[in-house]
Design a protein around this ligand. Structure first.
Ligand SMILES: [Zn+2]
Length: 268
């Protein structure tokens, strides 16, 4: 029986020395496999490291030094006894949420004191700041702190600001109220709106946020409707109840305009 011509031919034609060389040039299969596995592990490690560092890139805490045009003054009065402050979690600031306190109390300092307890009114709750009509801001959490103000996932990304409300209204339900002095109540809410515009513009400048980008500036009511916060209607319920022409769209536009002013002032 004839042997296949190619079956033995190569072996017999190679000089023994050359055969030795050829063997050394090609690494054995186990070495190749080990090398590939190590390379794969390094690549996976790099990927996880980059993804991890991206997730954990928390924002810096900043001390807000408002521009003179903003007419706001920020007092740091951290709620160090609040369980939220004690939890000491940080966020990467990706947006700002506007709230209204839902109770007739015009002074931010009153809330700052009230929230410096383990659980104010028995609740796990803490926004970053309270703002009153004349531009006085009591900041009770560092801006990059994980606040408990939204009752949903927006807490992970947004700073929460509470606007105080006039003392000449009386709540008749969670979102309804009687107005005892309409001109005074409106004047208070208008001034608070303007101060909030200025504070939000300062925060947008500090954290490089675009006020008109979708989802950056939201109200508690908007996020609640989208399911990323608890089911509240603030602060729109206050503006509507006082027949004011404000909406979150006017608010975002006004913040963008004030931010333009601040940026132009910064430019040489
Ligand atoms: Zn709210």
């Amino acid at each position: 029986m004839q042997t296949h011509p190619e079956s033995n031919a190569p072996e017999t034609q190679i000089h023994p020395a050359a055969r030795h060389l050829r063997r050394r040039r090609r690494p054995p299969l186990p070495v190749l496999l080990c090398f590939s596995a190590a390379l794969l592990l390094v690549l996976i490690g790099l990927f996880l490291l980059l993804r991890g560092s991206d997730r954990e890139a928390y924002s810096e805490n900043i001390t807000l030094s408002p521009d003179a045009r903003s007419e706001i003054t920020v007092t740091e009065r951290y709620a160090v006894l609040n369980s939220c402050y004690l939890a000491n979690q940080k966020i990467r600031v990706e947006g700002l949420m506007l709230h209204s306190v839902g109770t007739p109390q015009p002074r931010a300092e009153v809330f700052a004191k009230q929230f410096n307890t383990f659980q104010p009114n028995g609740r796990e709750v803490c926004p970053h700041a309270f703002l009153q009509a004349d531009g006085t801001v009591y900041q009770i959490l560092p801006w990059n702190h994980y606040g408990w103000h939204a009752g949903g996932t927006t807490n992970r990304t947004h700073i929460g600001i509470e606007m105080c409300e006039p003392d000449c209204i009386v709540y008749t339900g969670p979102t309804t109220f009687d107005v005892l002095d309409a001109p005074a109540a409106r004047a208070y809410a208008e001034e608070t709106y303007r101060s909030a515009v200025h504070l939000f513009a300062e925060l947008c400048l500090a954290y490089d946020l675009d006020p008109l980008e979708e989802g950056v500036i939201v109200s508690h009511g908007e996020a609640g409707a989208q399911g990323t916060a608890s089911d509240h209607t603030d602060p729109e319920h206050l503006w509507q109840g006082l027949d004011l022409p404000y909406t979150m769209d006017t608010f975002r536009t006004d913040v963008a305009e004030h931010l333009d002013l601040l940026q132009n002032e910064e430019a040489p």
